[in-house]
Design a protein around this ligand. Structure first.
Ligand code: UDX
Length: 435
């Protein structure tokens, strides 16, 4: 099949590359010519393990192309994917759909023969209807169907998530479009991956409901972690104790400094607005948004109180800045709140992240970005672990102790054990573990 992928951001680039790897002919389109030039010379603008190799392989096999010119690719396409950004609109929390609608208009004037237009971008319920209306209005003779096909890709594991998904969701009433979608996902179909065919509005809601539910789960365990600290319990054992109940499941029960990233903060906010507008308020989602935002701010207080209530003039080493490991994404990362509050309280920050320091440099001021974990720890008064990159799980603790001015560690991801740390002479605190 021939695919045109509009938008070479995170979702478009990963999806387009994986469809090419499934054997389809894919053209990824973006208006940003510097991005397309970079991609054509083999540079990948995002950090995603395995992506560079997969792009190179499919480009070499003439299945994957990058272009600023949408016309030929769209004319020939069996399916045109809209994978442009839907950032939070300033002021009201709504998803900004201007890029989606602009793409729909552009597609309308170009399609030839029956074409499936697929929204991959996360869009509010009813956006597919609007895309359909725009195309009909711009080109009344067009022969097309608009399908919702949300992505569930985790940054850092996106290729695996695309190729071995738990499910594929396809929202449309058109039988013809369902056949095209089945063909596109043929390798998964043969693998017996569940393909859920539903109405477009239901599919749009599935995406928001999935992300909101995961955000609820994380926020729930984070609050239980706070309670554990107060009542002498251990949140990791609580997670295991409840997670083994199949109805609950053990994933997304790791307590931490609060969720961040490109999806959960944006999608929970957008879902809350959808609920309000439909006169069906989502009180659980609303409190999750509030509790998570407050939590991120409170993590700096945790460090300050661990340091005896005052960090003025202290040097703090931060390991990990990205919102999670294996990504350079800094969007809504807890480290942003932590750094700014600690700086306000008079501390200086030395930081290290294996991938996100470039991004962090655009957001954080007056941070000393270091060459490695030990460089960050050197001459600091406390070490704060913010993101659980694998390399931080196996630090040489003797070296850490000798480099720190005082052997203090705040572990916001519970990657070390309290007993183990105190046996090695550290004053140590973590999340939700009274022992
Ligand atoms: C998420 C969804 O998982 C994905 O399906 C969707 O399409 C996009 O959003 P992503 O944002 O890449 O993916 O990361 P994910 O691994 O889900 O983590 C999200 C946030 O939750 C991170 O800040 C992470 O640190 C936090 N988290 C996750 C926890 O604090 N505890 C957990 O148990 C799991």
């Amino acid at each position: 099949m021939r695919v045109a992928m509009i938008g070479t951001g995170y979702v478009g680039l990963v999806s387009g590359t994986c469809f090419a790897d499934f054997g389809h002919i894919v053209t990824c389109i973006d208006k940003d010519s510097s991005k397309i030039d970079a991609l054509n010379s083999g540079e990948i603008p995002i950090y995603e393990p395995g992506l560079q190799e997969l792009v190179a392989e499919n480009v070499a096999n003439d299945r994957l192309f990058f272009s600023t010119d949408a016309s030929d690719a769209i004319k020939q396409a069996d399916a045109v994917f809209i994978a442009v950004g839907t950032p939070t609109r300033r002021g009201d929390g709504h998803a900004d759909l201007s890029y989606v609608y602009a793409a729909a208009e552009e597609i309308a004037g170009l399609i030839e023969g029956f074409t499936v237009i697929v929204t991959k971008s996360t869009v509010p319920v009813g956006t597919g209807d609007e895309v359909e209306a725009i195309i009909k209005k711009t080109n009344p003779d067009a022969n097309f169907a608009v399908v919702s096909n949300p992505e569930f890709l985790r940054e850092g594991a996106a290729i695996n998530d695309f190729k071995r998904p738990d499910r594929v969701v396809v929202g449309t009433d058109s039988e013809e479009a369902v056949e095209v979608m089945r063909e596109l996902y043929r390798p998964l179909y043969l693998n017996e991956t569940p393909i859920i065919v539903t109405r477009r509005r239901t599919s749009e809601l599935i995406k928001y409901a999935a992300n909101a539910f995961l955000a609820v789960k994380i926020t729930f365990i984070n609050e239980i972690a706070d309670l554990c600290e107060k009542v002498g319990a251990n949140v990791q054992e609580v997670s295991r104790g409840i997670g083994l109940d199949n109805r609950i499941g053990s994933k997304f029960l790791h307590a931490g400094p609060g969720y961040g990233g490109s999806c959960f903060p944006k999608d929970t906010l957008a879902l809350s607005r959808i609920g309000t507008e439909a006169n069906s308020p989502l009180k659980i989602v609303d409190s999750v948004i509030e509790v998570n935002a407050a939590r991120k701010r409170r993590m700096a207080d945790k460090v300050i109180s661990f340091m005896g209530g005052d960090v003025k003039g202290k040097t703090i080493a931060l390991l990990g800045l990205a919102f999670k490991p294996n990504t350079d994404d800094m969007r809504d990362a807890p480290s942003i709140d932590i750094v700014s509050k600690l700086q306000e309280a008079g501390a200086s920050i030395r930081a290290y992240d294996p991938a996100a320091m470039g991004e962090a440099g655009h957001i954080m001021k007056d941070v000393l970005f270091c060459d490695g974990p030990y460089h960050a720890i050197e001459n600091s008064d406390v070490l704060v672990i913010v993101t659980e990159w694998d390399q931080f799980r196996a630090l040489d603790l003797e070296r850490v102790k000798s480099l720190l001015n005082t052997p203090k560690v705040v572990d916001l991801r519970n990657i070390y054990k309290p007993d183990y740390m105190s046996e090695r002479g550290f004053e140590y605190t973590s999340i939700g573990r009274a022992y």
